[in-house]
Design a protein around this ligand. Structure first.
Ligand code: ADP
Ligand code: ASP
Ligand code: MG
Length: 419
């Protein structure tokens, strides 16, 4: 079996969905499991719905309306008959979502987030499945929440591999074209969970692992893994083949073309990962596979924007040692801040971190009791793998360098824009 993943960009409008159909015609669709994300920027739009809901904003109705309007347009562009069953099916999903918002009693933001945001994937897969049937391409729609079991860390759920393996082995029929949702799972009580933003690539890897798939292909709007994000760097070069290790490093530091959790399950079973263009599906793209010798011969640039640089120094000139560092890390973990760079000296300790859940100010209040806390918001972290003499200059032009760190293979630079 092969696992294919189509992300938001590939199904952002009716043309995109027709193109996914064409891709399958070109590359084959028997014995395939398709993992599909929410359409276009739907997840962001549903995040606004959740925010409006908690803010008790008058805008709630219009933010829901926005998501409906977007999907309705796609439906009208795809299906000629207005009474096609898909209209009722999608309508029912929206009704469920609105009912949830009316009846919910939970004040837990992250819980509500997962219950609401997950509708994006449910809707997209419903539309795609109906559309394929409409075009004569028979397929099986699978509710991923019945298969991928997780703990209840809402918005960043941890997979229960044992249960998930059992469910997938029992329920996914080989030889079929199966369609399921990326990004979602469910907890012990069958409440919906999500695996972290952009988590659909990871879902593809979970299925591939549990099905012992032949390969995974993630279909993207770029030709494959490039040595830099083409949105921020000119003249990015395609990397034809890289090792799991290299891909993990690139993804971890922020090459968003692959979700960082995707590689581990694939590497464990040596399942190759292809990253290909959904616009040129017959081109080879990038192959990620085993092989220590698959290091890129060219520097790879990765940027993470909107980071926090936090520096702590002791109030009484005492050293910042193992004991304090472990305490600081326990707090960073508790406040769900993801650390991407660490630097320490005798009496100071700095981290560059992502405050994805907006917890920094609460954490800062706590840290300030023991340390002098200074910080910069909105800094950029550049990571350059396989850097050369010219690399640093490429990223520091018109920027103030706040931290620079160099190891054998990797250079990291934290910058802020010059005012
Ligand atoms: P999806 O539609 O699956 O969600 P994403 O938008 O998450 O796709 O991933 C594709 C995007 O990743 C590209 O449009 C590109 O801007 C970005 N990207 C970041 N780093 C890289 C890289 N090293 N190579 C290719 N694309 C990259
Ligand atoms: N729809 C989810 C997101 O936008 C998951 C994904 O696209 O991978 O984060
Ligand atoms: Mg994405």
């Amino acid at each position: 079996m092969k696992v294919f993943k189509f992300g938001g960009a590939s199904v952002k409008d009716a043309g995109g969905i027709k193109n996914v159909y064409d891709v399958l015609q070109k590359v084959g669709h028997d014995d395939v499991l398709l993992v599909i994300s929410a359409m276009g920027k739907t997840t962001n739009a549903l995040e606004v719905v959740v925010k409006d809901y908690f803010d008790k904003s008058a805008g709630l109705q219009s933010s829901v309306q926005e998501v409906k309007k977007y999907h309705n347009q796609i439906l009208m562009d795809l299906f000629e008959e207005e009474n096609h069953a898909v209209f009722a099916a999608v309508n029912k999903i929206f009704t469920d979502m609105e009912q949830f918002l009316r009846q919910n009693k939970s004040p837990n933001y992250n819980f509500v987030y997962d219950q609401v945001v997950s509708y994006g994937e449910i809707i997209s897969t419903t539309i795609v499945s109906h559309y394929f049937n409409y075009r004569g391409l028979k397929n099986q729609w699978i509710d991923v929440r019945e298969l991928v079991k997780t703990d209840n860390t809402y918005r960043d759920a941890v997979v229960n591999w044992e249960l998930t393996q059992k469910n997938i082995s029992k329920n996914v029929k080989k030889k079929n074209l199966n369609i399921t949702q990326g990004f979602l799972g469910s907890d012990e009580n069958n409440f919906t969970t999500t695996l972290g933003r952009e988590g659909s690539d990871y879902t593809a890897a979970i299925f591939a692992y549990c099905l012992n798939a032949e390969s995974v292909t993630i279909w993207k709007d770029v030709p494959g893994v490039l040595n830099a994000d083409p949105r921020y760097f000119d003249n990015a070069i395609l990397l034809h083949q890289i090792s799991y290790r290299e891909a993990i490093e690139l993804a971890f530091y922020g090459a968003t073309v692959i979700h960082p959790k995707t590689l581990q399950p694939l590497q464990r079973k040596e399942i190759p990962l292809y990253v290909k263009s959904f616009l040129n599906p017959l081109l080879p793209g990038t192959c990620v596979s085993k092989g220590a010798d698959l290091e890129p011969q060219t520097p790879c640039f990765i940027v993470k924007k909107n980071q926090l640089l936090v520096s702590l120094s002791s109030l009484d000139f005492s050293f910042i040692m193992e004991e304090n560092i472990s305490e600081i890390f326990a707090l960073l973990h508790k406040y769900r801040m993801k650390v991407h760079l660490i630097q320490n000296s005798a009496i100071s300790f700095s981290v560059c971190a992502d405050d994805k859940f907006g917890n920094f100010h609460a954490l800062k209040a706590l840290l300030s009791k023991k340390f002098k806390v200074t910080y910069n918001e909105n800094v950029s972290l550049y990571t350059i793998r396989h850097f050369n003499d010219k690399s640093a200059g490429t990223v520091t032009k018109n920027k103030e360098v706040l931290v620079r760190q160099v190891s054998r293979e990797t250079m990291q630079i934290v910058t802020r824009d010059l005012q």
